[in-house]
Design a protein around this ligand. Sequence first.
Ligand SMILES: NC(=O)c1ccc[n+]([C@@H]2O[C@H](COP(=O)([O-])OP(=O)(O)OC[C@H]3O[C@@H](n4cnc5c(N)ncnc54)[C@H](O)[C@@H]3O)[C@@H](O)[C@H]2O)c1
Length: 254
Amino acid sequence: MATMPAGAMQGRVALVTGSARGLGEAIARRFAAEGATVVVSDVREELGEAVATTIRDSGGRASFHALDVTSPDQWSAVVGACRDLGGPHVLVNNAFVTTLGGIEDETLEGWHRTLDVVLTGAFLGMNACVPAIREAGGGSIVSIGSIHGGAVADEGRVAYQAAKGGLSALTRAVAVAHGKDGIRANVILPGPMDTPIVAELGFVEQQRAFAASLPLGRQADPAEVASAALFLASDAASFATGAVLTVDGGFTAV
Ligand SMILES: NC(=O)c1ccc[n+]([C@@H]2O[C@H](COP(=O)([O-])OP(=O)(O)OC[C@H]3O[C@@H](n4cnc5c(N)ncnc54)[C@H](O)[C@@H]3O)[C@@H](O)[C@H]2O)c1
């Protein structure tokens, strides 16, 4: 039976996009704590280097690689670095940006920017990583979706919601195509999380009020969502593929 031993990620090389801060950072730290060799990647180079350095300082294995997920050339380089480490075995599609417009005020530029990072970035990542994971002996892809776009809708952020809905569909298509290659692919739909982007967007009070209305009555610490990513990335989830896991404080249960 599948279990979750300490060191659940021993022997795995895990590439986490957008892991200089927020949820990606929490996933990188959690995977490293469970024995993975983590490739921290982001467009925020200083922060990303600092995450990798502190993981190494606490006895883990990590390196930072600059990766703009919209760049096929940068994907080639970072996947090459993962191959040099004996992987990749795990890819986490986490990087994101968002514009805020509703259907009448979103711009074409904003639409493309959000879709490029969230959806095309994940396409490029899986396109580059699937053959490499297969050659490494199989592994797991975890895509970070959102309850908004993945399970429910609201009136704003149309590009974000469309991109996240597409990311769920894309990830499940990869799951169907590559199960027999030993590659599992699953989606997490987080609810509200306390990460730096929330304050940057000026959403702190709005998000707190939303979180207070949830059955659990609060927003998530990113580490709580990282635990779900660890489960799906590890052998504890060895029969889970094409799954969509809500980690939303009960929001979609109401
Ligand atoms: N915070 C929430 O409440 C919440 C809720 C649901 C889902 N999510 C999802 O969680 C994930 C992480 O979000 P977060 O809240 O930690 O946000 P965040 O902004 O703190 O982290 C996102 C990271 O992505 C990086 N990034 C942006 N553009 C990039 C690019 N082109 N290439 C590579 N990296 C890039 C950023 O530099 C940043 O480090 C996202 O997929 C987001 O949609 C967040």
